[in-house]
Design a protein around this ligand. Structure first.
Ligand SMILES: [Cu+2]
Length: 162
């Protein structure tokens, strides 16, 4: 009895912690600078990187290119196209934040995000993200729709210090 109560309490605490972090992350101001940088202005973009999201005939899901390399201080216009038949998303963040976000998506698959570092696209649609990489580091991009990461939808995003 005592033990069961303890487990229930721990579970409730975990739930509260999870929703608090979800609220903070998704309701936060868009002006906030993240570890990976901040939203930029299209007019200030140094270059464009085109990214395609697709499924392969043997059941994999992937991004092309499979890795992204930029330099600190660069503003990149990502033009992201979903060439698949399923919905996909592109999110870039620290590896830790990607894993945290992935777990949240698995718990709450209907979760909507309005994060400036992410875009969700229905099949055959395209969109863009303009991003200023203000800090050097090893980041990651991924699709966090449950199951897609495991099917291959993730890659390294390196911000070189110049
Ligand atoms: Cu996907």
């Amino acid at each position: 009895m005592q033990k069961r109560l303890l487990i229930a309490t721990a579970f409730a605490t975990a739930l509260v912690a999870t929703s608090a972090s979800a609220g903070g992350k998704h309701g936060g101001g868009h002006e906030d600078e993240m570890a990976i940088g901040k939203a930029g202005k299209a007019a200030a973009a140094d270059r464009t990187i085109e990214i395609t999201m697709l499924e392969t005939e043997d059941g994999d899901m992937l991004f092309e290119p499979s890795k992204i390399e930029v330099k600190k201080g660069e503003t990149i216009r990502f033009v992201i196209a979903n060439d698949g038949v399923l919905e996909h998303e592109f999110v870039m963040d620290t590896p830790e934040a990607v894993q945290e976000h992935k777990l949240l998506m698995e718990k709450f698959p209907e979760m909507e995000h309005a994060d400036p570092n992410a875009i969700r696209l229905p099949a055959e649609e395209a969109g863009d993200i303009v991003w200023t990489f203000s800090k050097a580091g090893d980041f990651q991009f991924a699709c966090l729709i449950p199951g897609h990461y495991e099917m291959g939808m993730h890659g390294p995003l390196t911000v070189a210090s110049r």
